[in-house]
Write a protein that binds this ligand. Structure first.
Ligand code: GDP
Length: 437
């Protein structure tokens, strides 16, 4: 915490040229810069059309000027925004002018957000949510990021942390005033039953982490099967682009190819893999090894089989959806498929998209998106549950030690929101941002 001594600035809008370019400043020199570059008065939090001048009085541009006096600003410091015409030379001229002032420098990546965190304007979950919001590409990523950046998940973790603190305080009070009323049904019994309930709630919440990862990182759908089964054709048809090379030569796809789809607002990562067969060919063998690895990582496996030549000896991996391809060839097949498709006629493709969407949605909680999204959230939640379980495991243990376990559980939650002990995480988290954020 504590005020930053330097004032930072950066282009906070997209790359120039653009209709409007926003240069944002934050720090102790903002008022001074405002007075020098914009001589006419600028009332706080009002958009004012003003001439923006160099120190020689030359007009650099005419644009909107916004002044947010701290602490009511994004960073908590004095913040100034120039909304300029988005020409390269305009932005360069204002940059040159700003750089010529003492104590002003260009912001490092994520520095505005870092200051917001240091000044208690946003916690770590909100910061991560903001990074996700800026990089969101699908509707569900946007919704998840809005929930996180606006403090939905933080509120939940804070209320759990408060429950732990309250529980610990009651136990410690009992330590301070022992033997007053040592009867069953006492305050401490209520605390322990609430803690056990809390551990179960957190456990349920932790299970939703899979959904968070699916929304944020994508639902992994792997297409696998024998050579020439029609995997690459299916990949191209679903992606509506020529990503994989299609030939009738077995063993064409040797690496794992990938395409991103948007199905019902969810990111779906589709993988085409090398055909599974015995081979002595070194490159193809490596491709097949990678295919098995991708199959192991899949959220959904589409096992494809050429329905016109299918033999019943093929072993379909457990849990896979069995797709019969080349349905247009109209041969009687031996197998019963979950779905038949043809990339020639597009038959079955819409059903397949729908099926992927349904299987995906089955893994997502229908209501709140206050769910964990990152491995670090899951790790800390697991740690928290373990500490609560420890506190409950042996009722004969010293109460002071059991209370100490509750404190560790609270610390684990505090690390997620950044209330405690997160110095080592900060560089990783703020490294996700680019300059101007
Ligand atoms: P992969 O080796 O499993 O990736 O199979 P490909 O997608 O490369 O297809 C193998 C051969 O089957 C190619 O000659 C494709 O043109 C053909 N093929 C793929 N899908 C269909 C289909 O739906 N109908 C017909 N008639 N041929 C197909």
């Amino acid at each position: 915490m504590g005020a930053s001594s330097q004032t930072i600035f950066a282009l906070s809008s997209g790359a120039v040229p653009s209709g409007v370019a926003v240069i944002r400043l934050s720090g102790p020199d903002v008022r001074d810069i405002l007075a020098r570059m914009v001589p006419a008065a600028v009332p706080p939090r009002h958009a004012c059309l003003r001439k923006i001048r160099s120190r020689n009085g030359e007009v650099l541009d005419i644009g909107l000027v916004l002044f947010f006096p701290g602490p009511q600003s994004f960073t908590g410091e004095d913040v100034l925004e120039f909304h300029l015409h988005g020409g390269r030379a305009v932005v360069d001229a204002v940059y040159r002018e700003l750089s010529s002032h003492d104590n002003l420098r260009q912001a490092a990546a994520g520095e505005f957000s870092r200051r917001a965190f240091d000044n208690g304007k946003l916690d770590l979950l909100e910061i991560e949510g903001l990074a996700d919001l800026i990089s969101a590409e699908t509707e569900m990523q946007r919704r998840l990021a809005v929930e996180h950046s606006s403090g939905g998940l933080s509120a939940m973790y804070n209320s759990w942390a408060d429950r732990l603190t309250r529980g610990r305080a009651l136990i410690e009070a009992e330590l301070d005033f022992p033997d007053e009323d040592d009867v069953p049904g006492s305050v401490s019994d209520q605390v322990w039953s609430d803690m056990s309930l809390l551990a179960r709630e957190i456990q349920e919440h932790l299970k939703l982490g899979t959904a968070g990862e699916i929304i944020r990182d994508g639902f992994k759908v792997v297409i696998a099967g024998r050579p020439n089964a029609g995997k690459s054709s299916l990949m191209n048809a679903l992606a509506r682009r020529d990503i994989a090379i299609v030939t009738d030569i077995a063993g064409t796809t040797r690496d794992v190819l990938t395409a991103d789809l948007d199905i019902d607002g969810f990111l779906v990562k589709l993988y085409d893999t090398a055909g599974l067969r015995e081979t002595a060919e070194i490159v193809e063998r490596e491709g097949i090894r990678r295919a098995y690895h991708a199959i192991g990582e899949a959220d959904l496996l589409l096992y494809v089989e050429d329905s016109s030549v299918a033999s019943s000896d093929e072993v379909v991996p457990n849990g896979a959806v069995l797709i019969g391809t080349k349905a247009d060839l109209h041969r009687a097949s031996l197998r019963r498929y979950d779905l038949c498709v043809s990339t020639e006629t597009a038959d079955g493709l819409d059903q397949l998209r729908r099926m992927i969407g349904e299987l995906l949605r089955a893994k997502i909680p229908p209501h709140s998106l206050a769910i964990p999204t990152r491995a670090r959230h899951n790790d800390s939640l697991t740690e928290c549950i373990a500490a609560i379980d420890r506190s409950l495991s042996d009722r004969k243990r010293d109460l002071a030690l059991r209370a100490e376990d509750l404190r560790s559980a609270g610390m684990a939650l505090g690390r997620i929101t950044g209330r405690v002990d997160v110095e080592s995480l900060l560089d990783v988290i703020f490294g996700e941002f680019c300059i101007g954020k």
